[in-house]
Design a protein around this ligand. Sequence first.
Ligand code: NAG
Ligand code: NAG
Ligand code: NAG
Ligand code: NAG
Ligand code: NAG
Length: 634
Amino acid sequence: MAVLVVLLVLVLTKPGFSQSNDGDNVMIGMYCGRNTLISLPNFIKNRNSTFNELRMQLLSKGVPYARAQALSAGDSVYSAVQCRNYLSVDQCVACFDAGVSKLANCISGNGGFISFDNCSIRYEDYADFYNDPYVMEDVNRTPNVLCGNQSSSQPTVFNQVVDGFLSDIRDATPKTSNLYVASTRQITGENATVYVTAQCAGSINQAICQTCMNTAYDKLNDCLPNTEGRFFHMGCFARYSDTPFFNVNQTTDITNFIKRHSSNVTIIAAVVAGVVLILLFLLSWLLYRSWKKSKMTEQDFEGAEHYNYKDLQLATNNFSEENILGRGGFGEVFKAVLDDTNVVAVKKLLIHHDGAKEEFENEIKLISNIHHRNLLRLLGWSIEGSYLLLVLEYMPNGSLDRFLWGAKRGTLNWNQRYEIVFGIARGLAHLHDEFHIKIVHRDIKSSNILLSDDFKPKIADFGLARFQPEDQSHVSTKFAGTLGYTAPEYAVHGVLSEKVDTYSFGIVILEIISGKRSTEVKSHSQSTDYLLENTWKLYEKKMHVKVIDDTLSLNRYEQEHVMKIIEIALLCTQSPASIRPTMSEVVLMLQEGQSLGKRQLTRPTFVNNQDRRVYIGTQVHNRVDVRKKGMNIA
Ligand SMILES: *[C@@H]1O[C@H](CO)[C@@H](O)[C@H](O)[C@H]1NC(C)=O
Ligand SMILES: *[C@@H]1O[C@H](CO)[C@@H](O)[C@H](O)[C@H]1NC(C)=O
Ligand SMILES: *[C@@H]1O[C@H](CO)[C@@H](O)[C@H](O)[C@H]1NC(C)=O
Ligand SMILES: *[C@@H]1O[C@H](CO)[C@@H](O)[C@H](O)[C@H]1NC(C)=O
Ligand SMILES: *[C@@H]1O[C@H](CO)[C@@H](O)[C@H](O)[C@H]1NC(C)=O
């Protein structure tokens, strides 16, 4: 019994990770994704096909790094493999095969990665990790470190030499053209040599590589005076050992990338230079302080960069009319080109309150830490006068409404529409349940959903609800603008919970299926029913197939699928809010393609635009009692 408990503790303290010695190729870490998928069999099929493609590339091109993607049937897989550059093609492929057979154990999630001494493999259902390996979504993937179990016989000198060596490797690796080094150094006065290699993932940028190498240095330093250490994180791999693991003729030259070690002759010069440097540093620090006083906002937040207002002005052609991408409830959005190459979107908001600036910064900190493929990424920000500027990912396809009733009407097929529904659900579930703070979007609507190149949805404007000017939040024009989407308990009583988003999501589903605005009335009939009301009436008569967009041609199977999704939409719009599903429940329902089962739908509550009254059950509430208080983030 006691043994069992001990074993359990051992297993539980290292969740998801294990290590094993696979011949001469130690496994440093392995992880399986936990996010849900549309269809697991499709995903596995795509994963296998990317693995075949990767193997072919390694063999035929003899490269140490390869990527492959398979996008069929909606469950896209993006993969990458990276071998240490000192290996032969055969050794590389042998490691790849070992990794693939281990990764076959990842059978339920949306991705996986594994790292050995000789190679690392990663696959995900999104491509973002190619450039930013730290795009994480579901868990906190901590760095993996394996220290050897043998201490050096000369710990003092070993520590000193290896520490200096590792710090040189840390500085040099990001500066090399292929973000890779392999190097050796003699232990002073000893008949021993230390071998070190380091490699950043794929072709990530220098800054991300540097961040990862900083962590690698810290962690490997903790292994000293052990004679071996291995480090792996999403962004890089590093290893040191006093046992050779590559040939001496395979080292890379790092002398140009490290600070030179001063000899006796240069010491005086160095001291003089040092004093000058310190003086310069003091001077610039003083300058910086006085400059900072006038520009209080010069703080860097993890993930989001601070931009100069002038740069953004230049990048948007002085916020010219031609650069306007859209106008939303929060302000105008401009297309901007940074450094002549990077296309981004810049959102310009007007601040009304004195307190808003600080609030804004706190909010930026929060938002910039949210990474999810279905949430629009915040890249940076700037404050100037009464303007707040947000630098956001640019989505060339624009917003979803364009594809439903706008210029691109009728161009999305059912598969694409379903993926959009599913993606929005996942993004909202992340905001509600997976991020450490619950964030209620409050303004989910088709014009807030942006589409990527491959028509994957990204939710915009999350976390911004608090910047909405108070006097516009619910009454008059603003309210009418998003009227068709707002949950009645929020519209009428100002009661806010995450179920407010569930309601709006239900409305967006109906728009995606019908290709109609939520507030559009049938033009050729006398009815003044809005989309939700109309859908409910058809559903009661079991005729909700009539809701489906005329431009969609569906086979029988697809039609049944659409009917189920309509029912889910109706479930999302039920009142009271407590009987609506959470977004995580919605994700599961969508994924498993369940029908409602025993759940009985009742007539949804809706807000009628024309006479501005809310129908809750059979009661009619006048909108006089709209309240604005009590709407903080839940
Ligand atoms: C995928 O590959 C694994 C291991 O190579 C194999 O067991 C499985 O049958 C393959 N699945 C499909 C759908 O091809
Ligand atoms: C050190 O680890 C190796 C395997 O990595 C093992 O074979 C050896 O017995 C260990 N030595 C000690 C002293 O624990
Ligand atoms: C250094 O060690 C190697 C083997 O570890 C041995 O062959 C060699 O003779 C040694 N050299 C000296 C100078 O001790
Ligand atoms: C891993 O690489 C080492 C060279 O560093 C090589 O000797 C070994 O055979 C490789 N292991 C496998 C399983 O390919
Ligand atoms: C490196 O050295 C090994 C043996 O020490 C030799 O087999 C190999 O050909 C050498 N490679 C190069 C590129 O010189």
